[in-house]
Design a binder for this molecule. Sequence first.
Ligand code: UT7
Length: 349
Amino acid sequence: MPLSKIAGIGFYVPANVFTNDDMKQYMDTSDEWIQERTGIKERRYADRLGETTTTMGVKAATIAIERAGITPQDIDFIIFATLSPDYYFPGCGVLLQRAMKMKEIGALDVRNQCSGFVYALSVADQFIKTGMYKNILVVGSEKHSFGLDFSTRGRNVSVIFGDGAGAVVLQPTTKSGQGILSTHLHSDGSSAEILAMYNPGTHANHWVNEKVGSFDEAAIGQQFISHAMIDEAQLFPNMDGPAVFKKAIEKFPEVINEALQKNGLTTNDLKLLIPHQANLRIAQFVQHRMKLRDDQVYNNIQQYGNTTAASIPIALCEAWEKGLVKEGDLICLAAFGSGFTWASALLHW
Ligand code: UT7
């Protein structure tokens, strides 16, 4: 049975740089607070009217497809991971299929937030291994900037997130020492509301009443969208940051070790860990806990913020472009986020 290899990789970030000082125009925050708590110096914001999650995905995909030495018409399946889709439905996969003039192939959207790319990669890996598809495009893209609360009320969430896209083309390989060795997917829905955007949705106050008692009930869930939701800022993401942080530093090492152990490998074998860029402090904690050297962990959250489903392919692509990832190198991708969901993938480049 063949394994899957990353045959091409690309990323795109918008030109517009938004610094921590720029944030201060809108909310009570400081460069010092943001850097100290998250490591973030700046992030990119999409052109408000000129760019969407899909158009950024198309840019990253175009590079990945070209680097794989194929054309968009050779792609036989699309998997698009995002939490900030152009439309509530249909998904970004079909919009990308249309924009790139691809054949009438399958297009699947994955809604697993920060671990969305690793989940998407895992699904693609299964289709390649079974021989069902030969050229799968996996995209992670986010336009967070359109949907954040830029008042002081939303500052714990809004300073973290940035826009961007990353993409890979997955193909079968029979070359020894190359390809995805294993993927590991997990979830724990008991904390679903800790990092969530409740509205618009069909929850009709199920779950939310019990889990998020502090909100005005009239403002949430009685209708799909209401004026009260807007007035009470219930159309923005909510996050209990410290609770997410605590769980993340537990689950990252667990899921990385799971991948290594499954393949009889250790951290000594690891060339590079690409953690989801949630918070530099989380990545540093994981590095310390796993006794990894600085050169074994790649971070770029300082420049791009947390780009959710896009963060891993952006970081992997940037590391590869810098020559930090070479043929045969053992790479681990690991993510944790809303759901909670967490995941890892171990591969030989
Ligand atoms: O990829 C998605 C998964 N998400 C994550 O992984 C996020 C994980 N969590 C975190 O990264 C951190 O919890 C945050 C960066 C979100 C927050 O850092 P923290 O050190 O946990 O701060 P905190 O939430 O405990 O807040 C400490 C203080 C509060 O003020 P008081 O109550 O102590 O007076 C906040 O109101 O910092 C305040 N604060 C801010 N101050 C300035 C919160 N956000 C800001 C801000 N600027 N942007």
